[in-house]
Design a protein around this ligand. Structure first.
Ligand SMILES: C[S@@+](CC[C@H](N)C(=O)[O-])C[C@H]1O[C@@H](n2cnc3c(N)ncnc32)[C@H](O)[C@@H]1O
Length: 220
């Protein structure tokens, strides 16, 4: 875990007078693995995305329920975080976690515009997510597994999940197609499962269509 003096706290005034907090983890500087370029963040919200990756359908497949605490890791601009926040409702909470600050500021603007009060954006590093152990009922990792560097972020997700909690993974199938990241950056479903098992998760496939694979990774 990072020492306390590597964490910074910033507050932003939220809707109805509340505060939204940014907890910043300043990890050691190291070369970035292939991260989604924030200059291209509009692509994450492209109007046709719903046709090939509908968040509501995917959240249905994994069965996210009201009142739960969910960590959306690699949340980007919140394409999944906002629908997820409606699902978990006022009794639940979404931690929207990303290591690129620009993504979180885009999300933050939406939260203020839409008056969403049950999402807390948290800036993370590859090795650290600023949440306590066993804090979340579930986690979500969409189109992000292939961007992770090694196992450290998965180990952090495992740490913040409660016993019996699950991580829903959705990522690009490793087959040639016109959209998505280059083939050489992708993991096959079997490689993804092996990686998740190596961190201590129990894994099952979830059918999320042809372009992607889905895995429910349970913390035993
Ligand atoms: C392709 S985008 C997907 C964003 C979002 N999940 C979606 O489906 O729209 C991947 C995001 O994961 C973030 N990311 C990559 N590696 C990460 C890590 N180790 N920890 C946290 N965020 C990470 C990137 O900054 C980027 O915003």
């Amino acid at each position: 875990m990072l020492p306390r003096n590597n964490l910074s706290l910033r507050g932003l005034r939220g809707p109805e007078g509340g505060w939204i907090i940014l907890i910043t983890a300043m990890g050691p500087l190291r070369p970035m693995a292939h991260k989604f370029d924030p200059d291209r963040k509009a692509l994450l919200e492209s109007p046709d995305r719903r046709e090939w990756q509908d968040p509501e359908t995917i959240l249905d497949f994994f069965g996210f329920t009201a009142g739960t605490v969910v960590a959306d890791v690699g949340c980007g601009t919140g394409y999944f975080s906002i629908p997820l926040s409606r699902r978990v409702g006022p009794a639940g909470r979404v931690y929207a976690i990303d290591m690129q600050e620009e993504m979180l500021w885009s999300l933050q603007e939406k939260l203020l515009d839409q008056g969403v009060s049950n999402i807390l954006p948290i800036l993370s590093s590859e090795e650290f997510i600023a949440l306590p152990e066993s804090h979340a009922d579930a986690a979500l990792l969409v189109n992000t597994l292939h961007e992770l560097k090694g196992r450290s972020t998965l180990m952090e997700i495992h740490r913040i999940l409660r016993t019996g909690g699950f991580l829903a993974v959705v990522d690009w199938a490793k087959v040639p197609m016109d959209v998505g990241p280059p083939l050489e950056h992708r993991l096959s479903e079997e490689q993804a499962k092996e990686l998740l098992r190596s961190v201590g998760f129990g894994v099952d496939s979830v059918d999320v269509g042809d372009l992607f694979y889905g895995i429910r990774a349970r913390r035993p």
